[in-house]
Design a protein. Sequence first.
Length: 170
Amino acid sequence: MERVLHGVFMVIHDLGVLLAGASGSGKSRLGLELVARGHALVADDCGLFRVTAEGLVGAPPPHTGDFLHVRGLGAFNIRRQYGDGALCPRHPLQLIMELDPAAGVDEVALQPPVAMEVRHGVAVAVLRLASPWPGPAVVEALVTRHRLALEGYDTAGHLVRCQDKALGGV
């Protein structure tokens, strides 16, 4: 059974990332910028997800997978403009980056928390970002840091250890 998750579903640095947020928040514009930087579009607006052994695996709705619609700019045929490599027919969902205007910004936190939330019966990592959307380079950096965390690397913990060492173990 297919289930819908709203947002722009992309493959960024080999991770399936859903850019989620309110209508008009700039998800598709950010998706277009990420495609132009070499990442792949899976689905615009509403990805169709199935629960599999890999978790939630998303694909585009039938006949619309080549297209990305950006408010104010119109429709783009991603395959025609960027080639076959700019599209991915299906991918597991590994991170939801959610634009949340109500998300508090902790100016001193070493990194925003990633929460595990259940979507359609599957636990998925969710990173809430305050408005406005970060640019594509920041999204790439956040995705890479998340990928490193999945591999066991703790960026914030490493920084704290380095600071402690620099201060002589204080």
